[in-house]
Design a protein around this ligand. Structure first.
Ligand SMILES: Nc1nc2[nH]cnc2c(=O)[nH]1
Length: 363
């Protein structure tokens, strides 16, 4: 066997663990609520006030333990997490993922601009110093599967000075980077106003050395051909978060266009913009979104189930530059696997005699 998606048995099979390339652990407490506003208002009204509570380590411990347990139960063996601006709570999230056995990238969020909720931001210097402390303390723990990821929240929350410092920190420590890009029309317009010298939203990150082959950017609904070319050239990837894109009425990512540009692509739940912490839900929403594009344009080549399954596994590991360790059952990788029993008593599946499991092998 060279590389395989499924290993088949009677009513049970193993499949590669699911890879969530974008999830806000700190937003889990209000997942499934508060989806009545577009992105920028939603951040100011719900998200920032909730995230500011993570200064309280007891609260952080409660929410982070719940979200890691829940995502593991949902089959997420690898997750790329946004925490909050609080270093100690972010270290706690890393500790919890390590203890519960999830492979994870954990990011202490950086933001030195926030006019709406003034107490939920750092100075540029604090953000830089606390990021360095977060990285040093986390690396010092030597967790085998949990690593830090440099996390500027998104361009509107950061000054150019902070973005530049974070680009340098990531480079000097050879670290992953995560952020958001081109999620919503109003946000793209705001970035143009805040960074008039940049050619595009993507160019803002590129200018500050934040686009590398270890960068994952969430959403990208409005990326132009030129921006996707920049992603391709730098090796940066896109995290497609269909539940969130629909729930916040942000837009619909044209996955075919991203794939045509040969940009690495994974799937994300984007809790709590996305109301579900399940990657199975992300698979379903990705298929639904693709079908909406086909309804709008019958020439649009709808994604297949097999393609979306791949995005949720190997595609995600490629997007996180972890495909040397996980994503499928290729010899030499770690065995991040889900054991699925489709005939489990009381389970959600009714097996009909003619049902045949589909065997997918990728070589
Ligand atoms: N969906 C989403 N987009 C963002 N852009 C900046 N911050 C966020 C966030 O928390 N969620």
């Amino acid at each position: 066997m060279r590389s395989s998606g499924w290993i088949q048995m009677e009513s049970e099979f193993f499949m590669p663990g699911l890879v969530d390339t974008h999830i806000h652990a700190s937003q889990y407490s209000y997942a499934g609520t508060a989806l009545d506003m577009p992105l920028l208002q939603w951040l100011n009204t719900y998200t920032f006030p909730v995230e500011s509570q993570f200064k309280d380590l007891e609260f952080a411990n409660k929410v982070y333990s719940q979200v890691v347990r829940r995502t593991l139960r949902n089959g997420t063996t690898t997750a790329c997490y946004h925490a909050t601006i609080h270093t100690d709570a972010s270290l706690l999230l890393a500790q919890i993922t390590n203890e519960l056995g999830q492979r994870a990238l954990v990011g202490k969020v950086c933001m030195d601009r926030n006019n709406a909720v003034k107490h939920y931001k750092e100075t540029c210097q604090e953000s830089q110093e606390e990021t360095c402390r977060f990285i040093a303390e986390l690396l010092n723990k030597k967790y085998p599967r949990v690593k830090p990821v440099v996390t500027p929240r998104f361009a509107p929350s950061c000054t150019g000075a902070l973005l530049g410092q974070l680009g340098a920190i990531a480079k000097n420590n050879n670290l992953h980077i995560q952020s958001h890009v081109s999620e919503n029309v109003e946000e793209v317009k705001l970035v143009k106003e805040l960074f008039p010298e940049s050619e595009s939203y993507t160019d803002v990150y590129h200018k500050y050395n934040l686009l590398t082959d270890k960068t994952v950017m969430a959403h990208g609904c409005y990326l132009t051909d030129e921006e996707l070319t920049l992603f391709r050239e730098t090796g940066a990837s896109v995290s497609h978060c269909p539940n969130s894109n629909i729930s916040l009425c942000s837009g619909i990512l044209n996955v075919r266009k991203v794939l045509k540009h040969k940009v690495k692509l994974g799937l994300g739940t984007d809790v709590a913009g996305g109301y579900s912490a399940s990657m199975l839900d992300a698979v379903r929403r990705a298929l639904d979104s693709s079908k909406v594009l086909t309804i709008q344009d019958p020439e649009y080549d709808t994604l297949t189930f097999e393609e979306v399954f791949r995005l949720a596994t190997l595609g995600g590991s490629q997007a996180l530059s972890m495909d040397d360790q996980t994503g499928n059952f290729e010899v030499g990788k770690d065995f991040d696997a889900l054991r699925v029993n489709v005939a489990a008593p009381g389970g959600p599946i009714d097996l009909i005699q003619t049902d045949e499991p589909k065997v997918m092998i990728e070589t």
